[in-house]
Design a protein around this ligand. Structure first.
Ligand code: DER
Length: 248
């Protein structure tokens, strides 16, 4: 129940004290199920009726609808305006609050909504906290790719020192690769544990997290990467999102 506790803590800290918030992003995965439960149970209906919730994929959309919350899509947000806050999970969190995300194959819309929010709250229990990305999440960095380019991307990742990158297979009942909400494939790219600071040693395949993110996003055929990080607030470069406010 540590995921549920983390979810209630994060909603108590970052939404309950702000009943004037009107636009909230909702991520994807199993922890976020508890975030929606916390929102529904901790905020009075009259406050909830003034709030609109923006999903990050099919599962997130279903969560919002099933909770009877107001649903709207990020393409309806006027250019230049931002959501007040976004809650989402993570697969791994390093001490600088860099994240690996995409275990649920929803990373592209998650990053769009995360970077469209003034505040990004990562809800991650103790199991996700790590000294360096890649030390406990061994499946690799999830990368959303155009199916046509998947093999080209695999080759480029190997050249960059990824340790046996793979196209994510479908689940039982789905022959072939996983297909995301956006009709794309996911490539999982394991690397040696990522350095938070210092320089990359590309010859040894040892990367600093920001430099790897900047290199991955440039590979032709890559739509988005499951590395969430920032340098200064919203101006994350490469594929970066702003740094999450807090990890729970
Ligand atoms: O796919 C994703 O990015 C999810 O948010 C994932 O990172 C967290 O999933 P979990 O809450 O089920 O552990």
């Amino acid at each position: 129940q540590s995921k549920r506790l983390a979810a209630f803590q994060s909603v108590t800290a970052h939404l309950v004290p702000y009943p004037h918030y009107t636009r909230i992003g909702i991520g994807s995965g199993s922890t976020v199920v508890y975030v929606v439960e916390a929102i529904s149970s901790l905020l009075p209906r009259d406050v909830l009726s003034t709030m609109t919730f923006y999903p990050t994929g099919a599962q997130s959309e279903e969560l919002i609808e099933a909770a009877g919350l107001n649903l709207q899509y990020i393409n309806k947000l006027a250019p230049g305006s931002l959501l007040d806050v976004c809650f989402d999970g993570a697969d791994e969190v390093d001490p600088a609050l860099n994240l690996i995300k995409g275990g649920g194959a929803c990373l592209w819309q998650e990053k769009i909504v995360a970077t469209s929010s003034k505040k990004f709250v990562c809800v991650a229990d103790f199991r996700k906290i790590s000294p360096a990305l890649g030390t406990m999440w061994k499946k690799g960095i999830p990368i959303e790719v155009l199916p046509l380019a998947a093999n080209r991307v695999l080759g480029e990742l190997e050249r960059m020192g990824s340790l046996s990158p793979k196209i994510r297979p479908g689940l039982p009942g789905k022959a072939g690769a996983i297909v995301t909400d956006n009709g794309m494939w996911i490539v999982d790219a394991p690397f040696k544990p990522l350095r938070v600071t210092g320089e990359s040693d590309r010859e040894k395949g040892e990367w600093q997290v920001d430099e790897l993110a900047d290199a991955l996003i440039k590979i032709p055929g890559v739509a988005e990467i499951g590395l969430f990080y920032g340098r200064n607030g919203n101006e994350g470069q490469g594929g970066g999102a702003q740094k999450p406010v807090e990890a729970y």
